[in-house]
Design a protein around this ligand. Sequence first.
Ligand code: FES
Length: 240
Amino acid sequence: MVKITIDGREFEAKEKAKVRDVAKDHNIYIPTLCAHESVSPAGTCRLCLVETTNKEGRNKVMPSCLSVVEEGLAVLTNSEKVISERKVAMQKLLARAPESVSLKALAKKLGVESTPFPVEGHHNCVLCGLCTRVCQEVVGVNAISKINRSTEPNAVPYAVNFDGCIACGSCAYICPMDAITLMDAGDTRTITWPYQKKEFKLAKCKVCGRYWLPEKQIEYMAKKSGRPMEFFDTCLDCRR
Ligand code: FES
């Protein structure tokens, strides 16, 4: 364990813990957008900035989701530097997704009402990368490509490999911006990504007749688990 302070209060933290996680464990609010407990941190949104000073007096402002604790580290979550840099980070996000209701609400909470930066995006994606990370790290199919940071109007923020995608919807679930949506209707699941859309066939439960999982997801699960395809003929409710 190591001892650190956050806003003057002393805490014990596990070695190698991230500052943001320690703060969260002690109910200290640090805004975040690109972090999620299911995936590794990436530090892309920069809303979780904190100011840290180590034992040797080295001072820096960096994302708390990436900042690792060390003995004697002093953390400030709301210093002048932090507030000012966090504001710029939020203004940049707003330029990416100026119409996003959820982003505007978070911006307001941080005292940001508008952006001086030129509007870059015409969709709600702020390139947080949660979709690419969940697809790669949790689902394991890697169907969403690395982020495209082009500021060209209508540039696709990331490409989806439709052959690799199993339609599980994890990207839509984790997206904090509602930039990815999922809709099930009859035997079809439709997933919409910025400037990209794809329909997937859903499989029917042989007992209740409900469409319950995408066929491609079943194929993937059968392959991964080594179970026969027939094992997935029945939905979870009917299996109980
Ligand atoms: S939550 Fe840390 S940079 Fe986005």
